[in-house]
Design a binder for this molecule. Structure first.
Ligand code: ADP
Ligand code: GLC
Length: 472
């Protein structure tokens, strides 16, 4: 089968979060099963771009509304990522340092999708599946079905994976001219509420829709940022497929980002060394449990409650633990977390920013990872933590519900709490501190979680089965 993934992110080319990890791994595992998997994404100004060799495979000319533009598609020459990688360059629009966060993101990602459709329609053959990810690429199923220029692609099956329905790519109807000429009887397939809604359009027009965990799909029936009724209506074509992790990139025995490697048999020593390194670097006390948070400092992740939960934990337990935070997001949360550094007694630190290498070292050196998410479609942090013998302390929601069982329950190994409140988070932290005192129990859990299998090998077959069900 020939599968084309279209995405805004792909590790190691450009990553802002879990979407990048998934699109950097899933195609590789599809390829290993003998399929032709390709990734098409925007050409940002990334280190990866300058460090690799490219060949131009296509040059085209198309338009976004009345603005005509040239675009170029380049292909990575060696295939070293384990799949074919294509970047679309639209001069001045996509070639920027960051993936998101510009005022013209609507124009950037719409033009990107127009260019991708314009390129694919020029091929002599048709791919078996076009798999789009999140709202940045979710207009493509509409383009194929209803835009006159791409009518020859109407039979190409499309799959939309929703990694996060909080963001939908809304744009006003004044921007409807950005959509290449289409059958206006189908205007309703673009909108939801009072705006053009690319994610909703993708849900309506894709042949199949997946979410990144089964529980998230279930939760979306009552909480999907306004899309509940639409998802209920389209339920027949929706399914939840749990993400996997790339066990080659994320392997404590070989991880390229730190030196003190370890396996399930050497986890105690390996963790101790990495923890000491972290504690030295961030002025923390290695004798106390190290509780960490890695991620976007936004409401979705419950990060707004973290400062208070940390202060309360210190207050009620007599400072029996360390905290180390890595992330960036809401300025108010960032500055409160920064301000708390002044009160640290070698038991609190924060690194505001994005640092891939540091994240790997934290998974390796931490005792616990905290995820008090309000919404967590899948969550990869807890899966990486498990593989590195780090115990997840999570809110019982979405993918966290599907992957973490409380150690108080049969077969359990993590810590779960139900509500996103300072009280529940603090209680979870207290339970982690208690577990840390039970050295033998903790050792047993670490050995157990490192052997759990959340690799892509399992999930990739679910995707292939789904593709087979819609293939011509
Ligand atoms: P989301 O995609 O919603 O942010 P996920 O749990 O799916 O959450 O994936 C987050 C990914 O981004 C993980 O690979 C995590 O290690 C990484 N990550 C998040 N924030 C940072 C950061 N500040 N520095 C380095 N890596 C980060
Ligand atoms: C999104 C979700 C996260 C998920 C990731 C990869 O960013 O917020 O829960 O793990 O996509 O699918």
């Amino acid at each position: 089968m020939e599968i084309i993934h279209v995405s805004a992110e792909c590790y190691p080319v450009a990553k802002a979060g879990g979407l990048g990890d998934v699109v950097g791994a899933l195609p590789k595992y599809q390829r290993q099963l003998g399929h032709v998997a390709k990734v098409v994404m925007p050409m940002y100004r990334t280190k990866f771009l300058y460090a690799n060799q490219w060949e131009v495979v296509h040059k085209g000319y198309t338009h976004l509304g009345s603005w005509w533009f040239n675009y170029t598609v380049i292909k990575e020459q060696t295939g070293k990522l384990g799949f074919d990688l294509y970047l679309v360059d639209i001069y001045g629009l996509l070639d920027r340092e960051k993936v998101y966060g510009y005022t013209d993101d609507t124009e950037r990602f719409t033009a990107f999708q127009v260019a991708v459709a314009d390129w694919i329609v020029s091929w002599k053959h048709r791919p078996d599946i076009v798999h789009v990810h999140d709202h940045h690429t979710a207009l493509i199923p509409f383009f194929f079905k209803y835009c006159y220029a791409y009518q020859s692609l109407a039979d190409v099956p499309t799959v939309l994976t929703i990694h996060n329905a909080q963001y939908q790519g809304w744009m006003g109807w004044d921007k409807s001219t950005y959509i290449p000429a289409y059958d206006t009887w189908k205007t309703g397939m673009l909108g939801w509420g009072s705006a053009i809604n690319p994610l909703a359009s993708g849900i309506k027009c894709a042949w199949k829709v997946t979410t990144v965990s089964p529980t998230y799909l279930e939760e979306m029936r009552s909480s999907a940022n306004g899309l509940e009724a639409l998802l209920e209506y389209e339920r027949g074509k929706c399914s939840g497929i749990l993400n996997g992790i790339d066990n080659v990139v994320w392997d404590p025995a070989k991880d390229g980002y730190f030196e003190d490697h370890y396996t399930v048999d050497t986890v105690e020593e390996g963790k101790r060394k990495n923890k000491e390194l972290l504690c030295q670097r961030f002025q923390l006390d290695p004798k106390k449990p190290l509780i960490t948070f890695i991620g976007r400092l936004v409401g979705e992740k419950g990060a707004d409650l973290l400062p208070q939960a940390i202060e309360d934990s210190f207050y009620y337990t007599g400072r029996r633990m360390n905290f180390l935070i890595l992330g960036s997001g809401f300025p108010e949360v960032e500055s409160r977390m920064n301000a708390m550094k002044a009160l640290s007694r070698e038991d609190y630190n924060v690194y505001i920013g994005y640092d891939e290498a540091l994240s790997h070292l934290i998974y390796a050196g931490a005792d616990f990872i905290l995820m008090p998410s309000r919404v967590e479609p899948c969550g990869l942090n807890q899966l990486y933590a498990l593989r590195y013998g780090t115990v997840p302390v999570v809110r019982n929601t979405g993918g966290l519900h599907d992957t973490v069982i409380d150690y108080g329950d049969k077969g359990g190994y993590g810590i779960r709490f139900n509500h996103v409140t300072v009280g529940d988070i603090t209680h979870g932290i207290w339970r982690a501190t208690e577990l840390y005192q039970q050295a033998e129990k903790l050792k047993e859990i670490r050995r157990h979680i490192m052997q759990l299998d959340f690799s892509w090998e399992l999930s990739v077959t679910s995707y292939l089965r789904l593709y087979e069900s819609i293939r011509g």
